[in-house]
Design a binder for this molecule. Sequence first.
Ligand code: ATP
Ligand code: MG
Length: 290
Amino acid sequence: MSTATNLHQVSRKGAAAATGGQPILTVDHVVKSFETPQGKVTAVDDMSLDVRQGEFVSVIGPSGCGKSTLFNMIGGLLSITEGEIAVAGERVNGPHPSIGMVFQEESTFPWRTVEENVAFPLEIQGVGKAERLERAQHFIKLVGLQGFEKRFPAELSGGMRQRVAIARTLAFQPKLLLMDEPFAALDEQTRLLLGDKVTQIQQELNQTVVLITHNITEAVQLSDRILIMTYRPGRTKRIIDIDLPRPRTSEIVGSDAFGRYVAEIWNDLREEASQGMQDEEALAQQRKRP
Ligand SMILES: Nc1ncnc2c1ncn2[C@@H]1O[C@H](COP(=O)(O)OP(=O)(O)OP(=O)(O)O)[C@@H](O)[C@H]1O
Ligand SMILES: [Mg+2]
């Protein structure tokens, strides 16, 4: 079998498309503006996106382009100015159990052990102790933290703590896993290896994921599709299909095809990021003036 055919046959995009059906996430002509003392700021402008069951989609863009604003609207933490967002066919108008969110900041509970952290959402749902510990164990194993159940977050590395946060979010069994720069505080090697873990879990659970990031390598390593945002107001600049084979590990980072995707995305992002830098410099100059 030729490599090209091989790539095509194991592509997740193909697998996701084959499942057909309704998209899990629909972002339909969404706009978000903020009223500020300096006037109206449009952070997200007319964005639309459909994500199918089992797809891994990353949203990438320069700092300040509106990524977290979009993330918070999808998660129901922020109101929408115009347009509509739906998850599993239900309109989002507040936090929703179909959506599991993982944030950049440390979000483990330091006073709870690993298993108590992971079991927390089940406790909220009223699941009995024996069952929730058993279910927590399943997700702890999934993220590769077996043996650390009784440890406290302070005894773990940053990468392990983020795995606890991911396991806890997965324990909810969300229809959509939404992550905003979850690996930003980690060094590059840990990030790549954690990426392997995330890929493996996503494949095993056929989990639908939307990842917000500004890291191109991470986006290409993990995604079926990448949405590139423009710098302020945040709009869709382009959506790129990542046709790299699955199962996929971080070894792929060294391949020519990977390098071509990175170069292509950087080409798009460079324009947007330099616009952002120019704006910031102009603002700094204005502030300096008496
Ligand atoms: N509550 C708010 N009030 C006013 N403006 C806001 C508010 N939240 C965000 N903004 C503005 O909206 C724009 C987008 O912000 P957002 O945090 O979504 O960017 P981002 O892409 O997540 O950036 P970063 O990569 O730095 O996290 C910025 O110009 C920001 O100043
Ligand atoms: Mg952000």
